[in-house]
Write a protein that binds this ligand. Structure first.
Ligand code: BGP
Length: 486
């Protein structure tokens, strides 16, 4: 195979604060919205998949505020990265990654979100973490918001429903630019922008049963996030000339179920409403025309203030990013068989196999996606997340044999190489959960993505020791050979 990955290609790993850091009440950190998500390790696989167990409601939210039974709140402990980051970065360095994507926890910097001054201890922790990365020659890709905001902002202002949250967010981001600007190489204001539509608690911090007009509230919150995003880009460019700020979606790649024109049109609509809308606003700087019809049909009325449209137009992203785990099909036929996917239930594609969690594995879909996204915006592209969640077994000798993960990654990376050959300006790949962490969707430890195993179970019990899986040595070789040895 010929070497098609550029030498400077950013091979990396991705994680997020709430799923990894733990130490939820240490270092001056305030309570954040992910700290309140309840999980029960005795739930069966089927029960873990149920929306009523996964999603938070008013009653669970209120109870969790006072509940100290941490075993049931996995995002409070994660993999204790807050305390283990130094040894972990040693391992990351041995793996050879060139960039670490992780998120900054807003509640560690501004514990209540609306505090007058930032929490110095929190800032120092990130200075230490990012400096440690750079000491090992690892660049930093920082997500400013990955699903968790200070709880106080929800209680006091209704979270993203309020325009005040825009100001608090921009102040938080400004603090990061001022204090950490020299330590961060790529910025991402929001993880998976479209998540607000599909998991509104994670994406826009709404509690569904508290909303009278839920759909309208979702789009109003999203509008506020678009404005916060644009103002943040403006600040970054002002304070750190040359800084690179991206926009990310969870990519739901979709194909028409048949070549019936109805199915093809449905595919176009699904793609616009679920995917392109979000990147179109961030990259083109305006609400796309197709959304007018959608808003009309759904009775959505967004309050747009004077100056908002100019803010969007003047401050667009420098690169696009996306997570990619599966693909699906679009159809107008009723009763099409369904399967799970990241954030959504998907229509099943008979040509694809699924993971143990029902997500449809589609490496070719990654090449398709890369071509689509690059063609649409002509901006550099970053694959911010991709990987396979699976059950792994730790053997007595400390080895973990995960050929399924190697197969998954190999086939996806091979398609990335094809896409580069197609002409796509792909700049980096941060494999999701390259060190095992708590699953965002199902809140369990046992759904593992890592090439590094973490000895912890669904109750948070275990030695917390790290072990190298077979995939560790494989990914290490991939990186060392610049993607030549797959
Ligand atoms: C994305 C999130 C991540 C991550 C990933 C895998 O949507 O950005 O935080 O968790 O999905 O999903 P899960 O953890 O549910 O398997």
């Amino acid at each position: 195979m010929s070497d098609k990955f550029p030498k400077e290609f950013l091979w990396g790993g991705a994680m997020a604060a709430s799923q990894a850091d733990g130490a939820y009440d240490e270092g001056g950190k305030g309570l954040d919205t992910q700290d309140l998500r309840y999980f029960d390790a005795t739930w069966t696989r089927e029960e873990r998949a149920l929306q009523k167990n996964r999603r938070i409601n008013h009653e669970k939210f209120i109870k969790a505020l006072e509940d100290k039974d941490n075993e049931h709140y996995p995002f409070r402990w994660g993999i204790d990265f807050y305390h283990t980051y130094k040894e972990d970065i040693e391992l990351f360095s041995e793996l050879g990654i060139r960039i670490l994507r992780t998120s900054i926890n807003w509640a560690r910097i501004y514990p209540n979100g609306d505090d007058e001054a930032p929490n110095e201890e929190g800032i120092q922790w990130y200075i230490d973490l990012f400096s440690e990365c750079h000491r090992h020659g690892i660049k930093v890709f920082a997500t400013i918001l990955h699903y968790n905001i200070p709880v106080n902002l929800v209680l006091k202002y209704g979270g993203w429903k309020s325009r005040k949250t825009i100001d608090f967010y921009v102040r938080y981001a400004t603090t990061l630019f001022e204090r950490l600007g020299n330590l961060v190489d790529y910025w991402l204001p929001f993880n998976e922008f479209n998540a607000g539509r599909f998991n509104s608690y994670n994406g826009v911090c709404l509690i569904k049963d508290e909303e009278e007009d839920y759909d309208n509230a979702v789009f109003q919150c999203l509008h506020h996030q678009f404005i916060a995003n644009a103002l943040t880009i403006r600040k970054a460019h002002e304070l750190i000339p040359g800084s690179k700020v991206g926009g990310m979606i969870a990519r739901f790649t979709t194909y028409p179920a048949t070549c019936r024109p109805d199915d093809v049109m449905q595919m176009i609509l699904d793609d616009q409403y679920s995917n392109w809308f979000y990147l179109d606003v961030m990259a083109r700087g305006e609400y796309p025309a197709y959304m007018n019809r959608y808003f009309k049909q759904c009775g959505i009325h967004i309050k747009v203030e004077e100056g908002d449209l100019e803010i969007l137009k003047e401050n667009t992203i420098d690169f696009t990013a996306f997570s990619y785990y599966f693909s699906q099909v679009s159809t107008t036929s009723q009763g099409w068989e369904k399967t799970s996917g990241n954030l959504i239930m998907a229509n099943k594609n008979p040509y694809l196999e699924t993971s143990e969690w029902g997500w449809q594995k589609d490496p070719k879909g990654l090449r398709i996606t890369l071509n689509q996204i690059y063609d649409r915006y002509l901006l550099p592209v970053f694959i911010a997340e991709n990987g396979l969640g699976a059950i792994d077994a730790l053997e007595e000798d400390g080895s973990i044999h995960d050929p399924y993960r190697i197969d998954y990654l190999r086939s996806h990376i091979a398609e990335m190489r094809e896409a580069i050959e197609d002409g796509v300006d792909l700049i980096g790949y941060t494999m999701w959960g390259f060190i095992d962490l708590v699953s965002c969707g199902s809140m369990e430890m046992s759904k593992r993505y890592g090439v590094i195993y973490v000895d912890r179970d669904d109750r948070g019990k275990g030695s917390n020791r790290r072990y190298k899986k077979d995939s560790f040595y494989w990914y290490q070789k991939v990186i060392a050979s610049d993607g030549e040895e797959l």
